[in-house]
Design a protein around this ligand. Structure first.
Ligand SMILES: [Zn+2]
Length: 440
């Protein structure tokens, strides 16, 4: 943590002023203020900034000579300290002291480290602290004298809100790159919209607006994307809003502007009226083949011709016929879940790979094609490419905003929505007229 001492800053300004007047004045002439040193690194980065720093890594930097040492290729912790005059027993003590806090074998070439040597000590005096920066946030401080303590710390993070708007030309990733936004934001957006936007099928002309956070250390070094506060995605002719809202009982969820959760739940069954005739059973005796064959689906018996519904929004992945499955349809819901519906007497018209379907859409009709003893739909549920039992699997739940929190929610999102709507989406290069973003 770095503390900026305002008083020191004032004194430094005063000193500069007096120096301009030709009066030679030294810091030492002001007994209660100490001279200030910046690390080489900081001097390189802000040569003339008046950020007078009195602490670095919680070390009172004023009383030390600070030397930047970048870890050289192949340089070990032992060599690094041996070169500075520390013998084997001392190095061993430090390794013990670091224990589980820091594995000294993990120091990496190119990383910054700092040696702190007491200012008024002799030239030959050993350094008192060694600080290694693991990454822009985390560091570890070794005290190089007995009792050889080691501690870890973190630099102060600042979070800044940023608002962006973009139109997709080829990919979300490239559009974000052009806006100078970390591609990590694409991952977060894909997560929020997993149930509503198929990110593999983003179309040219789709547009987005996002209000999100960026994290910095010391106000200038970007270290990552933080939370998305609100977003809107113009996709397939509709504007899809997402607001990050935490209610008073602590439930955090992304909701659309009407208070519906962006996560969707599956329908309990692909039929409205049914009887479960066979459950998911990895050790079933097959009724037709009369052999032990796992049954990886759930069978819902219903009269031939009963409409079969997709249990969640998605994209048709496959439509086909095999001797076992009969006529079947497979629907991909997002990167995790797919469902499959077998033994259809007929596949609904218009079903083909790539077609977008909404929860409850009729995709086919009950039958007994393929290996089936009677009319039923065998419902198969895929999670990350493996078949699972949907009746026992913990599946995403979808609850709208609880009524008690609705007015709070509406007050919360109102200014965010105004802010989003006012973000100007750049026109497509190829488009000749205004981009129709306000469609809802
Ligand atoms: Zn089955």
């Amino acid at each position: 943590m770095i503390v900026i001492n305002k008083r020191t800053k004032r004194v430094a300004l005063l000193t500069a002023l007096l120096a301009m007047l030709g009066i030679a004045i030294l810091y030492t002439a002001i007994p209660d203020e100490k001279p200030v040193k910046l690390s080489q690194n900081e001097l390189e980065e802000n040569p003339l900034e008046d950020n007078t720093v009195s602490y670095m890594y919680d070390i009172p930097v004023d009383s030390f000579d600070v030397q930047l040492h970048r870890i050289a290729s192949g340089e070990s912790f032992g060599k690094l300290l041996n070169d500075r005059g520390f013998g084997f027993p001392a190095v061993q003590e430090m390794v013990f002291a670091a224990d589980t806090l820091f594995d000294v074998r993990k120091i990496q070439a190119g990383k910054s480290s700092y040696f702190f040597t007491p200012l008024h000590a002799a030239d030959t005096a050993p350094a008192q602290f060694w600080v290694y920066e693991m990454n822009p946030i985390d560091y570890v401080v070794f005290e190089l004298q007995a009792p050889y303590t080691v501690r870890r710390g973190q630099r102060e993070l600042t979070v800044r809100e940023r608002s962006i708007a973009g139109t997709i030309e080829s990919s979300l990733y490239l559009t974000l790159q052009n806006l100078d936004v970390s591609p990590a934001l694409a991952v977060s957006l894909a997560d929020i919209y997993a149930w509503t936007v198929d990110f593999f099928r983003i179309q040219k002309g789709d547009a987005f607006r996002v209000i999100f956070e960026e994290k910095y250390v010391e106000d200038s070094i970007f270290v990552g994307v933080g939370a998305i506060k609100a977003a809107s995605f113009y996709h397939g002719g509709t504007e899809l809003y997402a607001f990050d809202y935490t209610d008073a009982s602590g439930n955090r969820e992304f909701y659309d502007e009407k208070g519906n959760s962006l996560r969707k739940a599956f329908l309990k069954a692909p039929l409205k009226f049914f009887r479960i005739s066979s459950k998911y059973n990895p050790k079933r005796l097959h009724p037709v083949l009369k052999t032990m064959r796992p049954h990886l689906g759930t069978d819902y018996a219903a009269p031939t011709g009963t409409p079969i519904m997709t249990t969640a929004d998605g994209t048709i992945e496959k439509v086909g016929y095999t001797s076992g499955n009969g006529n079947y349809v497979k629907v991909k819901h997002n990167s995790v879940y797919s469902t499959q519906y077998l033994h259809m007497s007929k596949i609904a018209p218009g079903m083909k790979a790539g077609k977008r379907v909404r929860q409850g859409d009729v995709i086919g009709f009950v039958g007994s094609t393929g290996l089936a003893t009677g009319p039923h739909v065998c419902y198969r549920f895929w999670k990350n490419g493996k078949q699972v039992n949907p009746l026992t699997e913990k599946l995403p739940e979808s609850n709208p905003i609880p009524e008690g929190y609705r007015s709070d929610f509406e007050n919360f999102i109102a200014p965010l929505k105004v802010k989003l709507d006012n973000l100007k989406v750049p026109k497509q290069h190829s488009a000749n007229e205004e981009f129709p973003l306000a469609v809802n």
